[in-house]
Design a protein around this ligand. Structure first.
Ligand SMILES: O=C(CO)COP(=O)(O)O
Length: 250
């Protein structure tokens, strides 16, 4: 059985004060959740959020990481820096980073390896554009992205990775993939993992859906056999909404 994992990607939202207030509201609401609960605030909020969630069931993730250990990389943050703060997860290869910040399959692969080497759990994002979906190449494209992201990893490490399937056209648009489409594409991602790393790893790797997932559609998406959780943008910015997604089963 794969334990569901629901993570909030706050993107570039919340000051430190706002982050503390949101987490304080969230802690009692999600304390009995059956899934793993993660929040991914901006870098500057990480110390305060890590401190605030101590002793609770909420894990903390960053939204990006550099692949080098240290050095002349102005503006970047190394895996060790996150680890020493008490951060457990890191989102890697979000489509916004691929689109606006020149993230490539190659840098995504390097970042995943660096994160794993430092004991951070990568949340690796893959997903097709609207054009690719309309061309009918969604499954091939996400399989390719997945194989490129995980290239050269040990099977044991792949088992620790979380994959997030986020169709680009569904992010922040209010358009969600139908539960069946999301399930089918996630099935294709799982087959890609199985092809390279074997059935055991393919069957155990957790794959989230992301893209306008919210209190209204969470239950239906989570009922799909291939969907092991969610990566939530807009609906993770309000405690009330994120609570309803995390507690989709109540
Ligand atoms: O990109 C996302 C999470 O990483 C999804 O964002 P929305 O939930 O706002 O569509």
């Amino acid at each position: 059985m794969r334990k569901p994992i629901i993570a909030g990607n706050w993107k570039m939202n919340k000051t430190v004060e706002e982050a503390k207030a949101l987490v304080a509201e969230l802690i009692p609401l999600v304390k009995d959740a059956k899934c793993d609960v993660v929040v991914c605030p901006p870098y500057v909020c990480l110390p305060a959020v890590v401190e605030a969630v101590k002793g609770t069931n909420i894990g903390v993730g960053a939204q990006n990481v550099h692949f080098e250990e240290k050095g002349a990389y102005t503006g970047e943050v190394a895996p060790d820096m996150l680890k020493s703060l008490g951060v457990q997860y890191v989102i890697i290869g979000h489509s916004e980073r691929r689109q606006y910040f020149a993230e490539t399959d190659e840098t995504v692969n390097k970042k995943i390896k660096a994160a794993l080497a430092h004991g951070l759990t990568p949340i690796v994002c893959v997903g097709e554009s609207l054009e690719q979906r309309e061309m009918g190449i969604t499954n091939e494209f996400v399989a390719l992205q997945t194989k490129a992201a995980l290239y050269g990893l040990d099977a044991a490490d792949v088992g620790k990775v979380v994959i997030a399937y986020e169709p680009i056209w569904a992010i922040g648009t209010g358009r969600t993939a139908t539960a069946e489409d999301a399930n089918e594409t996630i099935g294709a991602i799982r087959r890609a993992v199985r092809d390279v790393f074997g059935a055991m790893v393919g069957d155990s790797v957790r794959i989230q859906y992301g893209g306008s997932m919210n209190p209204k559609n969470a239950k239906e998406l989570m009922a799909q056999p291939e969907i092991d959780g969610g990566l939530i943008g807009g609906a993770s910015l309000k405690a009330e909404d994120f609570d309803k997604v995390v507690n989709y089963d109540k």
